[in-house]
Ligand binder design. Structure first.
Ligand code: NAI
Length: 464
């Protein structure tokens, strides 16, 4: 609704239509609530418009290009047109965002294109291009998401300094791209541009790229990144960027680099400014996130907060899950936010996916831990796809062999991880995974063989 006749009240007002907010709105409507969804930018939020979806579209094209180039039996000289690539990606985004809009409409969710600010514990003020009005709510869901962290010396207003949103919209593939931060975004987008023809250098302050991921998997990704020509500099902190002729010079703690563009991907921060948290008696924690309980309720029992604005991990699927938890709670159903097996995927080459507890976290929680693993190099399906890198690692309780966590580093890791999330949620034993018949040939056999490694020895692994 772009119109001026905003109604007087709603059962629930949802602020923000990203993956958290749009899911919460649909679920609330399905559960019989009268819902108003307010969005100041585009339906779908960062995920659909400027994050997960467009980046995966670019990753797909870059991956396909690299795979074709990598197959020695195929001789081809394929070139990518940035213009057509951008058009195709925008087309994917538009189809998905209009699909979400249609879903909202079909569920009778009222969509308001405007900016919402809470003005009292029971009221929100909405400004659209044509109207300005205060709406009473019974419950409110804050789903305002996050924005890129801006660091001193690398202001996004400076020429040539870009954030992930701009990096997804480049009309020309830069000759040189310097990436500050070797985390999720830096490694995903750095890999894309290297494969599309840029010379990419990643500067990471920690001693490893992907410092929050399994270190063995991070090493596999680093080796592969170097193999395709990326420069990976670790243990160097980027300190300042200055314009140098038509390029940008970046000073780090140890050296200097010059590039055409500098992508800054050093984390994201919650978007809590100017939404009226004080008027609603909603409290933030010391990290700036809105504090919630396990049903996503804030310090104001009528206000809920979901997704990036409510804390780590800042992942779209977590936001969606929390949106459903909030919607069910508001509708009087039992729900809670489970954090037992939250998958996390970085879409690098190869992909890395984790779920449940890492080995370190399991030990910290007091488990005596045992691990089993299987290499992709011994998996037939991976070989037919020309992938030899990566592994599956399962983490189990040594005593009773309950599955506690998993890391998959390899092709389709993002798809394979859900088997293990379900296993962990259901309290399954390693033997349940090992005795489940997996299709042959498939990469999922590596999961089964990693489970077998925890029991005796995988059939396709010899004694060291
Ligand atoms: P990140 O936290 O993953 O990585 C930021 C990196 O920057 C860290 O490794 C940090 O050590 C490094 N760093 C910080 N300051 C630096 C400096 N001055 N010089 C050099 N290195 C520096 O953050 P990122 O990549 O910006 O992503 C933000 C969030 O977005 C992630 O935490 C993730 O939750 C989400 N995301 C998820 C994706 C997925 O699920 N596939 C994809 C992209 C983002």
């Amino acid at each position: 609704m772009v119109v001026g006749n905003i109604k007087e009240s709603a059962d629930v007002v949802v602020i923000g239509a990203g993956p958290g907010g749009y899911v919460a709105a649909i679920k609330l409507a399905q559960l019989g609530k009268d819902v108003t969804l307010v969005e100041e930018n585009k339906i779908g939020g960062v995920c659909l418009n400027d994050g997960c979806i467009p980046s995966k579209a670019l990753i797909h094209v870059a991956k396909t290009l690299e795979e074709i180039k990598g197959l020695e039996c195929l001789k081809s000289d394929i070139k990518v047109s940035s213009k057509e690539l951008q058009e195709w990606k925008e087309n994917v985004v538009n189809k998905l965002t209009s699909g979400v809009k249609l879903l909202e409409e079909k569920n009778d969710v009222e969509i308001i294109e405007g900016r919402a600010k809470i003005t009292s514990p029971k009221e929100v003020h909405i400004n659209t291009d044509e109207a300005s009005k205060t709406l009473k709510f019974n419950k409110c869901v804050i789903a305002t998401g996050s924005k890129p962290l801006e660091i001193p010396g690398f202001e996004f207003s400076k020429k040539g300094i870009i954030d992930s949103k701009q990096a997804l919209k480049l009309e020309e593939i830069p000759e040189n791209l310097l990436v500050i931060g070797g985390g999720y975004i830096g490694m995903e987008l750095g890999t894309v541009y290297q494969k599309l023809g840029s010379e990419v250098t990643v500067i990471e302050a920690s001693k490893n790229i992907l410092p929050n991921m399994d270190s063995q998997a991070a090493k596999v990704v680093e080796r592969r990144a170097k193999e395709i020509g990326m420069k990976i500099i670790t243990g160097e902190k980027a300190e300042e960027a200055v314009e140098k002729e038509s390029k940008i010079k970046v000073k780090t703690s140890k050296s200097e680099y010059v590039a055409d563009k500098v992508l800054v991907a050093v984390g994201r921060v919650p978007r809590t400014e100017n939404i009226g948290l004080d008027h609603a008696n909603v409290e933030k924690n010391d990290k700036g996130f809105i504090d919630t309980d396990d049903v996503m309720r804030t310090s104001n029992p009528d206000v809920f907060a979901i997704g990036d604005v409510s804390g780590q991990p800042m992942l779209a699927h977590v936001a969606m899950h929390e949106g459903k938890v909030a919607a069910k709670t508001i509708s009087g159903k039992t729900a809670f936010s489970t954090r037992q097996a939250v998958p996390s995927v970085v879409y690098t080459d190869p992909e890395v996916a984790t779920t449940g507890l890492s080995e370190k976290k399991a030990v910290e929680k007091g488990f005596e831990v045992e691990t089993g693993s299987f290499s992709m190099a011994a998996n037939g399906r991976a070989m037919t796809m020309d992938y030899k890198k990566g592994f599956v690692k399962l983490i189990a309780d040594k005593e009773n062999k309950t599955l506690l966590g998993a890391t998959i580093c390899g092709p389709e890791a993002s798809e394979l991880i859900s088997e293990l999330s379900l296993g962990i949620e259901m309290g399954c034993l390693v033997e349940d995974v090992e005795m489940t018949v997996h299709p042959h040939p498939s990469i999922s056999e590596a999961v089964m063989e990693a489970a077998e490694d925890l029991i005796d020895r995988p059939v396709h692994k010899y004694k060291q």
